[in-house]
Design a protein around this ligand. Structure first.
Ligand code: HPA
Length: 246
């Protein structure tokens, strides 16, 4: 079985159920990843876990060293990544608490290091990204959720914003017009960097709030945390089932 990694986001900085065998500090030509890599056993299978925002959630989305994170996972032989993401729901059928496995991305971020080849570019490094997520891994996530009777939305466009601020209502109106189903701050360049290194990558997205302007309330961390607690339980169940099915 090829080595699988889970990148945990907001609400998933620790993966309970993961028996940690080793914490490994990995250095990369791009600097240090968000934390040590945690090697362990999750429901009987070996996994590598990396908390995207660091172990104490101290790294802001626009400050994450995405290249170091993906490079470190590549160095230790990871061939598949499941990225867990807490996002805002834009599409009407994606309310807080809904789970989705997105199938497209629009990147609104700026100033982030987008490529491993920035300083040694050549024409063959314009890499196909038509379908940003790995379809087999997407299907595996969907299958795991269905096996558990957990409702999951198949597809949708993930709009990646710069953060750390949340969006304005007008920005969300524009993103909805662009076709975004959900909005998060960390999906890019993470997905593309995985593609550059030929690592299969899919995302399990949990809606934790209605995106800005889509409900009659302002977005509060209290609302997000409440949804996160219940939602991440489901995400962990899906991950466990997916890993057992690998
Ligand atoms: N916008 C951007 N990122 C997010 C949101 C949001 O509304 N909710 C959780 N992550």
């Amino acid at each position: 079985m090829s080595q699988l990694a889970i990148i945990g986001g907001t609400g998933l900085t620790a993966l309970d159920g993961l028996t940690i065998d080793e914490k490994r500090t990995v250095t990369t030509p791009y600097g240090m990843p968000s934390s040590e890599l945690l090697f362990g056993n999750f429901h009987g299978k070996s996994v590598v876990f990396l908390p995207r925002h660091g172990r104490g959630h101290t790294v802001a989305p626009h400050k994450i060293n995405y290249r170091a994170n993906i490079s470190a996972l590549h160095q230790v032989g990871v061939e598949k990544i499941i990225a867990v993401a807490a996002v805002g729901g834009i599409q009407v059928d994606l309310p807080p608490g809904a789970l989705a496995v997105p199938d497209q991305i629009i990147d609104y971020t700026y100033g982030r290091e987008q490529s491993f080849y920035s300083d040694n570019f050549s024409p063959d490094k314009h890499i196909d990204f038509t379908y940003p997520y790995d379809e087999a891994l997407r299907q595996a996530l969907l299958k795991a959720a269905i096996a558990l009777n957990i409702t999951v939305h198949d597809g949708g466009t993930y709009g990646a914003t710069q953060g750390p601020r949340l969006e304005t209502a007008a920005e969300i109106t524009r993103m909805a017009q662009d076709g975004c189903a959900m909005v998060g701050m960390t999906g890019m360049p993470e997905a593309y960097l995985a593609r550059e290194l030929n690592i299969s990558y899919a995302s399990c997205a949990l809606m934790v709030n209605w995106a800005a302007g889509l409900s009659d309330k302002l977005i509060t961390m209290a609302e997000i945390e409440q949804t996160l607690a219940g939602g991440m339980k489901q995400v962990k169940q899906v991950l466990a089932r997916l890993i057992q099915m690998q």
